[in-house]
Structure formats: C-alpha cells, structure tokens
Design a protein. Structure first.
Length: 401
C-alpha cells in the first residue's frame, strides 16, 4: 500500500498492511527543532531544521527521515513567503520565517511585537517555546464592546509572518498531493475554546463560561464568523489536494476535562458542532481533532458532532488507558496518537523502555484498524535521539497486521 492508502484505510476503520506512522504530519505530532537537530547529528545527516511553527519551535520532517523511518504523512501548513537563516533555542542554525524577528531583552527573554508595538509573544529566559502576550480583550466587560476588536478576531490563528498567498499555498498543496503519495494533512489552525482563552485570558474566559455565559458565547460566535470565510477560501482552493483536516482545541488537563461535560455541552459544544459541520461540508474529508489531556468524558460528544479521529491520545492522563479507549470507542473514532508516552517514557526512559511502551500501545490500539501511530504530542527537545529511533523502529516491527 502507498502511505496515503495506508492512512486512509486506518481512517476507514480498516486494517492496512501495517499501522501507519505519523511524525510531522500535524503541528501536534511533529518534532521540536532541537530534537530534530540532535536526531540528524546522531544519524550523521547534515540537515537544517525548518521551523514552521515558531511558537512551539516545531520543524518540518525531511524526505530523508520520512524514508528512513517509513513515515506516511506530510503537513500542509501555513508558511512564510520567505525564509531566513536564524538559530534554535540552543544556538544551532535553523530556517525561520523571514518576518519572525524576536527581540532579546536584557533578562535573556525574547519577545515578538505586533504592528502596534505591543508584545504578542514571549519566550522566558532559558525557555523552549513562545507563549502568547497579554490578552487583547482582557478588559472587556460586555458583548457590545467586542465590535472594537474585529482585527483581533479576523487575524486570530493566522499570524502575519506566515504571509504566503492563497494561490501559492494551493500550488504547494497540489504538488504535495500529485508528486508524492503521502497522506496530506491540512493544518487549519482554528480553535474555539482556546480562541476565547487567547482573547480574554485563560482564567478570565474560563470564569466567563460560568459567570458570564453571554459574553463567552459572544466571543466564540464572533470568532466563528471570522473563520468561515477563511475556511471557504482554503477549501475552495485546496480541498481536492488534502486527505485529512486537522483542528486543535485543548479540552483536557492531566486529571480530567478542563471544564465539566455539562458546561461543555451548555457552552462550547454548539460552536464546535457548527465549525466541524462547516469544515466537513466544505472539505468532504475526515476531521482530526487535537485535544490534549484527559478527554475520556467528552469523547462521546466529539463523536456525536463529527470528529473522525482524535490526537494526541494522552495515555498518561486520567481515564485515558489505551485498552479502555479502544474497547469503548474504537468502532466510532480513530485514535491518532498514544503510541508512546512523552511525559515519562520517551524523554526519560531507556530505548528498551520505549520499545516496550510502543509494543503495548500498538497491541491495544491497532486491532481492527482505526489507528495511526504517533507519539503523544510533539517530540520534545529533551528526547534522546536513540529513543526516537527506538520508537519508530518499534512501530515498524510491532505494527504489522
């Protein structure tokens, strides 16, 4: 089978020739630039990480590594029109979006400012990632005030330094689909709950959901109004060239959902349902949702509103045991992840620990199809390269049907 056929079979709940492998197909199943550079050094490859997700410092995966580790996926992500030579957080070279120009402050932190000079992102001293700056709508007190923030809604989730035009992106999508046989994942960069948290601030928006539901719903509704034209343009130009559509919206924490199932159903779910329905109508492709943490209690809701596959399947979180998930939900949703715990095993264990973990998860998730292998979230900077090799080699060894 080709890589594309293999993933599409899994998405149809069929057993392909082997479990499909994803590293680099999505912004949440990729590899940090530091880990990528370490892996290339370990393998004797002279490659320069190309950082397309600057907040997470995530690198594309090269054709050499896709072939070496039998990877079946590629990401169609927003890109800059031009790249520049820069550095990773450890000082090694990398390619970065040309318009991404962090400013280093006296305390060693890095900040990125928007067109108004306000801090839009910040990396603390010694950090690996950029966090969002102050929430623009943090002082809003009622829904009527949201009309002053049209630009914030319209530009959310598509940073200006990713300034490639739609036609150029569509041509890139066409080439990926017609000149390779990988499964092409459209990384849409759209959120609902996280958008509200970004606009109002995490704590303020979570309080809004309980104490000021009308304001919380107005924020989510207004964000969807800005998303729909973007989705229509994207799908109109590229739907035929992609195989699966990725959305991200974290609903879980380590010990349980971020909000109770009752609150989710009362507030966020209807906006997820509208967004998912619009995307599936316009693209006509399977919908992959990334949601970290313990989402066990929300999986029936996600299935009901059209989620076809779930990532990252955080098996170390509460209620997220791989065998239990497969038994209860395996007929209705595809598990795209959960292949190796990144909290306690991939970065801290031995290669043999990694192999045992991969074997266990594949045995739990793979029977009957409906499974795509990848580690839980992105491979972090602290992961030893020999553990990455052990994980991907074990996925091939134990993933045969």
């Amino acid at each position: 089978m080709t890589p594309r056929e293999r993933v599409l079979a899994a998405l149809s709940h069929k057993e392909p020739d082997r479990v499909p492998i994803d590293v680099g197909g999505t912004e949440s199943s990729s590899i940090s630039g530091v880990a990528y550079a370490n892996l290339c050094d370990y393998l004797g490859l002279k490659e320069t990480p190309r950082i397309y997700d600057v907040a997470q410092q995530v690198s594309y995966t090269s054709e050499t590594l896709r072939q070496r580790f039998h990877i079946d996926t590629m990401a169609l992500a927003y890109e800059p029109a031009f790249w520049r030579t820069g550095t990773l957080t450890d000082g090694r070279g990398a390619l970065l979006p040309a318009l991404w120009q962090p400013e280093r402050l006296a305390d060693g932190s890095q900040v990125v400012r928007n067109a108004s000079g306000e801090i839009a992102a910040v990396m603390p001293p010694g950090g690996y990632y950029f966090d969002s700056g102050p929430a623009p709508m943090r002082a809003v007190t009622n829904a009527a005030e949201l009309s002053r923030y049209s630009a914030a809604f319209d530009n959310y989730d598509k940073p200006p330094f990713l300034d490639e035009g739609w036609d150029d992106m569509a041509e890139r999508a066409r080439k990926l689909h017609t000149e390779t046989d990988y499964c092409i994942a459209a990384n849409l960069m759209l959120h609902v709950l996280a958008a509200g948290q970004g606009h109002r601030g995490f704590e303020a928006f979570m309080m809004d959901l309980i104490a000021d539901e009308s304001l919380a719903c107005a924020v989510m509704e207004r964000q969807l109004e800005s998303y729909f034209p973007r989705i229509d343009t994207y799908a109109g130009k590229m739907a035929q060239w992609v195989d699966v559509v990725l959305l991200c919206d974290d609903l879980g924490a380590q010990g349980g959902p971020l909000l109770s199932p009752e609150t989710y159903r009362k507030t966020v779910k209807k906006y997820h349902a509208q967004l998912f329905a619009h995307i599936k109508k316009r693209f006509g492709k399977p919908l992959l949702l990334h949601s970290c943490g313990s989402v066990y209690k929300l999986i029936p809701d996600l299935i009901e509103i059209g989620v076809d596959a779930l990532n990252p399947v955080q098996v170390s979180a509460a209620d997220m045991d791989s065998a239990r998930l497969k038994k209860e939900f395996g007929k209705d949703i595809v598990f795209w992840g959960g292949g190796c715990d990144t909290q306690a095993v991939l970065g801290k264990g031995s290669p043999e620990d990694v192999r045992r973990e991969v074997k266990r998860r594949i045995e739990d998730f793979a029977p009957g199809g409906g499974y795509v292998f990848t580690q839980v979230h992105n491979i972090q900077p602290n992961v030893p390269p020999q553990n990455i090799v052990a994980m991907l080699e074990a996925a091939m060894e134990y993933g045969r049907y």
